[in-house]
Design a protein around this ligand. Structure first.
Ligand SMILES: C[S@@+](CC[C@H](N)C(=O)[O-])C[C@H]1O[C@@H](n2cnc3c(N)ncnc32)[C@H](O)[C@@H]1O
Length: 322
């Protein structure tokens, strides 16, 4: 696989984001994108097979069942760009359907190098599919892919796994508008949205009894220790998943179990955390059937189809650019 890599600005950006998030007045925060270093990406793969986390299996079932139909609605020739591709396992169904009718380029766009490498291993052997990975943030990667394509080529952008839910609702729509601005008529976006279900099921999905999601969340502090030379004592933090009914989202937090001081030398920062205080690390917004279509209409797309999994309410939405 060819990989386009971002110039090295990572450590100083990470330090600046950690400083900004931990010195925020009121609720302290850390951006969820930093959950995905090599350890975090491996733990996320483990989360995807947990019995309590039905989301990934629902997403995969819909792709397995409907990829043929989805691909049949697209103009030829079409190439595939995937935002936050992770291991790329579910993408196989789309690429196999497409490879029956044309040679296809697949462009995974990822900030996690280990996830990018995993997707090459997973998808590198599909006939007539060439992989060109972009180790870049979503929009920068997509812009580069769009700029380099031939005039006749169309793009199918995949944004699977309900990763859109990590954005606040307004920011999610702004993100869709930005994606739309990069695309042109004849392109499409396949958007996965996890649908609301019982609060108990949603909480279990983000707080499994085996503690895999807790390890995924706590690893963010380990990462700051490793990369920014900090001294977070992980035994003094507890993973917490909360349902915010007003915002219709699960929030992951790390709760400080005692008053403690943390030094983060590479961010030039010393933080005093109160006992019981939390650091907010991720949001996962949940949606209603039809909601992605409404978001599409507000952001310059037309929803061409919505497929819903019955076992674990989850929607696959095909949004067209016209
Ligand atoms: C929730 S996981 C979903 C992975 C996969 N799409 C799936 O459905 O299982 C989000 C993925 O997006 C990547 N990611 C997070 N923020 C990103 C950003 N700003 N730009 C590019 N990739 C990002 C992470 O490394 C991670 O692999």
């Amino acid at each position: 696989m060819l990989t386009q890599i971002l110039p090295l600005r990572h450590v100083s950006e990470f330090a600046a984001d950690v400083r900004a998030g931990l010195t925020k007045s009121g609720q302290r925060e850390l951006p969820s994108k930093y959950l995905y270093d090599e350890v975090g990406s491996a733990l996320f793969e483990a989360i995807c097979v947990l019995p309590e986390y039905g989301l990934t299996r629902a997403d995969a079932r819909l792709l397995q069942k409907h990829s043929g139909e989805i691909v049949g609605r697209l103009k030829s020739p079409v190439h595939v760009a995937e935002l936050g591709s992770g291991s790329g396992k579910k993408t196989r169904w789309i690429l196999e359907s497409l490879s029956q009718r044309q040679k296809t380029y697949y462009y995974p766009i990822e900030i996690s190098p280990s996830a990018l490498a995993a997707s090459e291993k997973e998808l590198g052997q599909i006939d007539l599919v060439t992989i060109v990975g972009y180790e870049q943030p979503y929009l920068e990667g997509l812009r580069a892919v769009a700029e380099e394509r031939a005039d006749a080529d169309h793009l199918l952008v995949l944004f699977l796994g309900s990763t859109i839910g990590n954005f606040d609702r307004d920011a999610g729509e702004e993100f869709l508008r930005n994606v739309r601005a990069i695309l042109r008529p004849g392109d499409a976006l396949l958007l996965g949205t996890d649908l609301e279900k019982s609060v108990a099921d949603q909480l279990l999905a983000y707080d499994d009894p085996a503690g895999v999601t807790a390890a995924f969340n706590l690893n963010l502090l380990s990462r700051i220790n490793r990369e920014l030379r900090a001294d977070f004592d992980l035994s003094c933090f507890r993973h917490e998943a909360r349902w915010n009914a007003e915002e219709r989202r699960i929030e992951m937090h790390l709760r400080s179990t005692r008053r403690q001081r943390v030094e983060i030398p590479a961010a030039g920062l010393r933080v005093i955390l109160a006992e019981g205080e939390t650091i907010w690390t991720e949001s996962s917004h949940k949606y209603r059937a039809g909601e992605a279509g409404e978001m599409a209409a507000r952001t310059g797309f037309r929803c061409d189809g919505e497929w819903i999994d019955q076992e674990w309410p989850f929607a696959q939405n095909l949004l067209m650019v016209e």
